[in-house]
Design a protein around this ligand. Structure first.
Ligand code: ZN
Length: 168
């Protein structure tokens, strides 16, 4: 297993819609294992392939404290949503920044597993939030894209300060 390099904002790959997965072989399995390991070692609850520089519709999720509820979603599609809730989020690709946005409270998704088998999940709570966050990544959307215009300006200002500080 190998740890992968996490791409951070404003890397253009994070803005790019990812391509559908059509091959379910050994390479996909290896990538999923490496992504999971990378997510765990970065203390994240979700990681999408574009975040490791691979523009494919793949994400791994584990919202459990014990880190024993690994979920792999390939070519996921949200088929149903209900309710709205505020969600305070962060992202491994925007280290150090957290903010509150609106998400659907309940989501149903269909996806494929590593062998290409189709499955469906209906989720609420943290898992529902995480599913929406990761599926957004596959469409080139970051959680900060959901901020109001004013908050987005504050985010950009924060980011400019961060980059200026790291160049010093
Ligand atoms: Zn993220």
């Amino acid at each position: 297993m190998a740890l992968l390099n996490i791409h951070v904002y404003p890397d253009p790959i994070l803005k790019q819609p990812a391509e559908k997965v059509t091959e379910f072989g050994e390479d996909l399995g290896k990538l999923l294992d490496n992504m999971y390991q990378t997510m765990i070692s970065a203390a994240g609850i979700g990681l999408a392939a574009p975040q490791v520089g691979i523009s494919r519709r793949i994400a791994v999720i584990d919202v459990s404290e014990e880190r024993d509820q690994r979920l792999e979603i390939i070519n996921p599609v949200i088929t149903e949503v209900a309710g709205k809730i505020p969600s305070e989020e962060g992202c491994l690709s925007i280290p150090g920044y957290r903010d509150t946005i609106k998400r659907s409270e309940i989501v149903t998704i269909t996806a494929q597993d590593r062998s290409g088998e189709q499955f469906e999940i209906k989720a609420d709570g943290l898992l529902a939030i995480c599913l929406q966050h990761e599926i957004d990544h596959l469409d080139g959307i970051l959680f900060t894209d959901h901020l109001s215009r004013l908050k987005r300006e504050l985010f950009k200002r924060w980011h400019r300060k961060q980059s200026a500080a790291s160049e010093r």
